[in-house]
Design a binder for this molecule. Structure first.
Ligand SMILES: O=C(O)CNC(=O)[C@H](CS)NC(=O)CCC(=O)C(=O)O
Length: 277
C-alpha cells in the first residue's frame, strides 16, 4: 500500500487553502497513493481568536471537510485530514482541533479530538496557549482500514508516549501524527520524538506537517513551522523526509514490517506492574 504525505503552508484563509490542498490530494491519488494524509489545521492556521470566529465553521458545514470528502470519493482513496479547526457548541466558544479519517466512499470513518494542548512559553517572544482557543479531547481512537489499524493523534500529543502505547496495545499498526510543529522545537525534537514513538510501539509513523511562515493575525509575529513531514518504519528508520517545501512525499507501507519489528523486540508485550515511585 502506498501512502502520500501532503506538506502544506496554509494561510489563515480557508477558502484560499482548500484548492491547493485538493490539488495535492488529486496528485497523490494520480501518483498511486491509496492513503493520503494532510497536516494539523489543514483548513486554517491562525493565532487570532477573532479571525477564527469569523472564518471557521462547524463540522456539519465546514467547506474544507466537504471538499476533501468529495476528493476522497472522486479518487477512491483513504484520507487522513490531519486536523481541522472547527467551531463547537461549547458555551466558552472554544474550537475543536479534530482529525478525520475519510473512507474512499467519502464517509467519515473516524474522528479524533486532539487531547494534549500546547500551552508553552518557548521564549519571551514565542508563547502558545492552545487551551485558550481549543477544547481538548478526552478519547483515544483506533480505526480499522483494509491496510491496517490506524492510531490517531495530533502534533503535541507526540510528547505523551503513554497515548501511543495504549493505541498500539489496542491494535494500532500505523500511527498518524499530523503536525504544525514550531520551528524551534521541531529542529530540536521532531525527528527524535517520531522515531521513538515508532520504535517503542513497532508501528509505522506517518507525520504530515505544516511548513514555512504563516500569517498570524493582528499584532503578532508570524508563525513558523518546521516542515519535514516524516514517515518512519516500525524498526525506526526514517523512510521519507519531505524537507521544507510544500508538496508530496510517497512511502510504501508493508505491515509485515510491523510483525518483524515486534518479533525482534517484543517490548510492547513486556509491560510489568510496579509500585511507586
Ligand atoms: O494553533 C492552531 O491553530 C493549530 N495548532 C497548533 O499549531 C498546535 C498548537 S499551538 N501546535 C502544536 O501543537 C505544536 C507542538 C510543538 O511544536 C511541540 O510539541 O514542540
Amino acid at each position: 500500500m502506498r501512502a502520500a504525505l501532503v506538506q502544506l503552508n496554509v494561510s489563515d484563509d480557508p477558502a484560499a487553502n482548500l484548492p491547493r490542498t485538493r490539488d495535492l490530494v488529486r496528485a497523490a491519488a494520480a501518483g498511486g497513493a491509496g492513503f493520503v494524509l494532510t497536516p494539523e489545521v489543514t483548513n486554517c492556521l491562525s493565532s487570532s481568536r477573532a479571525h477564527q470566529q469569523a472564518v471557521l465553521h462547524r463540522e456539519e458545514d465546514d467547506p474544507t471537510l466537504a471538499g476533501l470528502r468529495d476528493e476522497a470519493r472522486a479518487h477512491g482513496v483513504w484520507l487522513l485530514i490531519g486536523s481541522l479547526a472547527l467551531r463547537t457548541d461549547d458555551a466558552d466558544g472554544r474550537f475543536a482541533n479534530r482529525s478525520f479519517l475519510i473512507a474512499p466512499d467519502g464517509s467519515v470513518a473516524a474522528r479524533y479530538d486532539k487531547i494534549h494542548m500546547f500551552d508553552v512559553t518557548l521564549s519571551e517572544t514565542e508563547t502558545y496557549r492552545e487551551s485558550a482557543g481549543y477544547r481538548p479531547g478526552a478519547r483515544a481512537v483506533v480505526a480499522q482500514t483494509p491496510f491496517g489499524r490506524i492510531g490517531m493523534s495530533v502534533c503535541y500529543d507526540v510528547r505523551f508516549p503513554h497515548l501511543y502505547r495504549a493505541l498500539a496495545q489496542a491494535g494500532a499498526e500505523i500511527l498518524t501524527i499530523p503536525a504544525a510543529f514550531s520551528q524551534v522545537t521541531g529542529a530540536a525534537h521532531w525527528e527524535c520524538l517520531l522515531r521513538a514513538r515508532a520504535i517503542e510501539t513497532g508501528c509505522y509513523v506517518l507525520a504530515p506537517a505544516q511548513t514555512g511562515t504563516h500569517a498570524a493575525g493582528e499584532g503578532r509575529a508570524p508563525r513558523r513551522t518546521h516542515g519535514h513531514s516524516l514517515a518512519v518504519a516500525p524498526w525506526g528508520e526514517v523512510l521519507v523526509d519531505a524537507g521544507t517545501e510544500p508538496g508530496l512525499s510517497f512511502v510504501d507501507i508493508d505491515l509485515a514490517e510491523v510483525t518483524r519489528a515486534r518479533a525482534r523486540v517484543p517490548a510492547l508485550t513486556h509491560d510489568r506492574p510496579f509500585e511507586g515511585p
